[in-house]
Write a protein that binds this ligand. Structure first.
Ligand SMILES: [Zn+2]
Length: 573
């Protein structure tokens, strides 16, 4: 049909992308049902989208571009309606005089190309793009273009409402009505929704909307790393902040005091996601931080948290105790809560009464009684715990122990027949003991209540798609004590490279590394004589504890992370 058809088939066979038999069958199918051969191959999963792009590029002699590296000029987007671009998977990428270059997924779609020629009265040249990158580019570019349209609209609104605003100032009425109007203009609603929904799609844990000197900056935190997503005109600051305040039921006229609120969205996949909202006045204006609380996350299985077999067996042993205190420690975002819930899931059985007290409840679990702390109504951790203990539950999860009063209740509950699991904002197991002592817990109460302390961090998982192997230097073998730790290891580790799957960071997702301090007889003795953290650690290691650094090196040796991450997130022993 096309002069390239023969070349197309030749390349498929030459590169062994498809067997001659499969090609034969696909062509028979084409004879029966008609249509493009490439589509038939895709539909019957004989080749992938990426393979097809490469073959088309060669057969048609068209350059294949990576749209991830293109920032599309918003003025070009106006040439092609969004609906056409999305339906036909194309995007205009440059214009020179009356020559328009369009990136397309299907450059054989002559009808569409003619259509664009007619629509723009320009001559059109085509380059090829991969479908996945195209979809991402379309989403990115048209959302950004919506925000630049907004700036024009905002300017109009400002002018047409000068009179109204002046009037309001004269009457000394807070200009609340004007602000509410701004926050409900459809483009602002669209922009806010785009920022929120994209954050969920990108699996962000936080969204930052920050006024800078000359612009408004939008950043997401993904896998613990903050990434800039967009910079917009500062004109959008006020309507955007107002819109977030409206959906979070906050006071729209309050600009000088911090405010906290929350809202809930339903994603296109029908998933409910909650956001905790914090508005903070800064010198540049109000800054908003949205914390994404995805309660639909599945409760992790203790076997799948990445504990090494020995550490896992020790932790499971601890879970079998009828009473006592199990602590998880680490900085914010180290996965403590996930570990605590995995412990609860492991302990859970139909006869057990499990209660959680959290600020806020992070996972909703059927069968658990979960209490949300509301200090504004007097429902603090101590108050909630006191009333819970009257109902005598078997297991209590306390989201985090932040003060001596809560610590005191937790220890007493652990000593009076309850299994208590909780977290501390400390960095190491022995450090947590010191923290407990500083909170006024007597050493003998620590040794009789605490069963184990899990210290953990999340290191970035090296992108499994683009990671590359290398042999570490002799110095590094020494530094990481690789020979002692892994006597049979060949010294080959992995390092990040960067590809489109990991947004060129070389990393994708995270892995927990941990050390579990079990309070053995020897460790308890040391606590009672107020031994140092180093002495406690040494005793625990003698008793078989793998340190966090060791655990991380083991994970790096298996290609889960890199030695750079190990150095960055764990201290040497
Ligand atoms: Zn990658």
């Amino acid at each position: 049909m096309f002069p390239t058809q023969e070349t197309f088939k030749e390349i498929l066979l030459r590169d062994h992308l498809i067997s001659p038999e499969d090609l034969e069958r696909a062509m028979e199918e084409q004879d029966r049902s008609g249509g493009e051969l490439s589509r038939i191959l895709l539909k019957s999963k004989l080749i992938t989208e990426d393979q097809l792009s490469l073959v088309l590029s060669e057969a048609l002699q068209l350059p294949l571009i990576n749209l991830n590296f293109f920032k599309i000029d918003p003025s070009l987007l106006k040439l092609v309606p969004k609906e056409t671009a999305e339906k036909c998977l194309l995007i205009p990428i440059s214009k020179l005089n009356d020559q328009l270059t369009v990136a397309m997924v299907d450059p054989l779609d002559i009808l569409t190309i003619d259509n664009i020629k007619a629509m723009t009265s320009m001559s059109v040249s085509v380059v090829l793009a991969r479908p996945k990158e195209m979809r991402a580019a379309l989403e990115r570019s048209y959302a950004a273009s919506a925000s630049s349209d907004l700036q024009e609209i905002f300017q109009d609104m400002k002018e047409s409402r000068e009179a109204e605003k002046l009037e309001l100032v004269r009457e000394k009425v807070p200009s609340k009505r004007v602000m509410e109007d701004f926050s409900q203009e459809a483009p602002i609603v669209t922009l806010t929704n785009t920022i929120i929904h994209q954050a969920v799609a990108a699996k962000a844990s936080d969204v930052f909307i920050e006024p800078m000197e000359n612009c408004l900056r939008i950043r997401y935190r993904v896998d613990g790393y903050i990434r800039e997503i967009d910079r917009m005109s500062k004109n959008l600051h006020f309507p955007l902040i107002s819109r977030v305040k409206v959906i979070s039921s906050l006071d729209i006229a309050e600009h000088r005091l911090p405010q906290d609120g929350r809202f809930r969205i339903t994603t296109p996949q029908n998933k409910e996601v909650d956001f905790r909202v914090n508005v903070l006045p800064t010198a540049m204006g109000e800054k908003i931080v949205l914390r994404v609380l995805d309660k639909n996350q599945e409760m992790a299985d203790i076997d799948k948290l990445g504990f090494e077999p020995e550490a896992l067996a020790r932790l499971k042993d601890c879970c079998l105790r009828p009473h006592g205190l199990i602590l998880a420690c680490g900085p914010t975002g180290s996965g403590k809560t996930t570990t605590l819930y995995a412990v609860l899931k492991h302990i859970d059985s139909p006869g057990k009464n499990i209660v959680t007290v959290e600020d806020p409840v992070e996972f909703q679990i059927k069968g658990f009684s979960q209490v949300n702390i509301r200090t504004e109504f007097g429902l603090s951790f101590p108050a909630a715990l006191r009333s819970i203990l009257r109902q005598d539950p078997d297991v209590i999860l306390i989201g985090e122990v932040r003060d001596s009063e809560t610590m005191d209740i937790a220890v007493k509950a652990a000593l009076t027949g309850h299994l208590v699991v909780s977290s501390l904002h400390t960095t190491t197991g022995p450090g947590s003991i010191t923290r407990m002592l500083n909170m006024g817990v007597e050493p003998f109460l620590i040794t009789s209540s605490v069963i184990a302390i899990v210290a953990q961090r999340l290191v970035r998982r090296v992108c499994q798609n683009c990671r590359e192997m290398y042999t570490v230097s002799g110095e590094m073998v020494k530094e990481f004590r690789i020979q002692e730790l892994l006597p049979n290891h060949d010294g080959r580790f992995w390092r990040p490279r960067g590809c489109d799957q990991c947004l060129n960071t070389g990393y994708r997702g995270r892995v927990a590394v941990s050390e579990t301090l079990v309070l053995t007889h020897k460790v308890r003795e040391l606590i009672l004589i107020s031994a140092s953290e180093a002495e406690i650690k040494a005793a625990a290691r003698a008793g078989g504890m793998t340190t966090m650094r060791e655990d991380a090196v083991i994970k790096a040796s298996r290609g889960l992370t890199t030695l750079e991450e190990v150095t960055r997130l764990t201290a040497p022993d």
